[in-house]
Design a protein around this ligand. Structure first.
Ligand code: PAF
Length: 299
């Protein structure tokens, strides 16, 4: 039987923190029975203006309770990655959620999410081994596993993700479709610093000098997009030329793909993606490009 809402479970005037998946699931079912929509914003915390934008986007539909999950998912980190040092700032994250009028913060422990470890997982298919997946084996299996668990626990009407993690967004779209999750996946444009650097929790690792080098990623993407009417070769050359000007960054890949991350079309919508190491920090970014068609409207 569905446990009725109590004032501790959900307070419309403040953010409520839940840690127990089963209890949250009961609260959500009560909210949905009361006619509320539920929007999920999955995060690993260390919230910044990009996450604020996701929370705002989640509120566009009337009568919606926004659930922000804060969980640093060990399953998506490789053995030599930054799980231990990943920034954790729970109190200020909750303050941000409150300021953005999110209704619920879901912050489970690792034991809550993986009581017996993770034996059954979600396999991402071939796209999971490309681009980020080629450099970070197992990463997307970890992402899709935790996201599918969050979908089942929170049962959102829609779930909101940033376009900065473009391959992640495409794989989550695919998973929702292939596994019949009854929800809409919404992708939100990347929020950037004044000079173009994409906001990321990992930017906090950068020294002031590395921060200056890091802007090369977005500069390269913009240079590529700028010549998109000249076709794929011109886009890649322009972006490569910009990256080559900053030898301090080590490029993992620069690739032009279709919007679904299949092969890039000769003409039409495509995506230019880059990943690079700046010192020991790995950054990714991407941009939409319109290949072979002038974006000058002539009006
Ligand atoms: O994009 C992220 O922050 C994470 O990959 C996500 C979607 C919250 C899953 O842990």
């Amino acid at each position: 039987m569905t446990k009725p809402l109590t004032k501790d479970d959900y307070r419309p005037d403040d953010v409520t923190v839940h840690r127990d998946p089963a209890r949250l699931n009961r609260v959500i079912r009560a909210l949905r029975n009361a006619g509320r929509n539920v929007a999920l914003v999955p995060t690993m915390g260390a919230l910044h203006a990009g996450h604020r934008q996701l929370i705002r986007e989640a509120q566009v539909m009337q009568n919606t309770v926004v659930v922000v999950s804060i969980f640093v998912n060990p399953l998506q980190f490789g053995p030599n990655e930054d799980l231990a040092k990943y920034p954790r700032q729970f109190e200020s994250d909750v303050d941000i959620c409150r300021a953005e009028r999110a209704g619920i913060v879901f912050a489970p422990s690792v034991e809550d999410m993986y009581p017996e470890g993770a034996q059954v997982t979600v396999h991402p298919g071939p796209l999971g081994d490309e681009l980020e997946g080629a450099v970070r084996p197992g990463h997307f299996e970890g992402v899709l596993t935790v996201v599918s668990k969050l979908f089942n626990i929170v049962q959102p009407t829609y779930a909101v993700f940033g376009q900065k993690d473009y391959q992640q967004l495409q794989l989550i779209h695919k998973m929702a479709r292939d596994l019949n999750f009854p929800l809409d996946v919404v992708g939100v444009p990347t929020v950037r610093e004044h000079d173009g650097l994409a906001l990321s929790s990992r930017n906090a690792y950068l020294t002031p000098e590395q921060r200056q080098h890091a802007v090369t990623l977005s500069a390269a993407l913009t240079a590529g997009a700028h010549v998109s009417s000249q076709g794929a070769d011109a886009v890649l050359k322009a972006a490569h030329d910009v990256l080559a000007q900053t030898p301090e960054i080590e490029v993992d890949y620069l690739e032009l793909r279709g919007v679904d991350l299949g092969p890039a079309p000769e003409n039409g919508d495509a995506r230019l993606l880059v990943a690079a190491r700046v010192g020991s920090t790995r950054l990714i970014d991407n941009i939409a490009v319109l290949l072979g068609e002038s974006d000058e409207k002539g009006e």
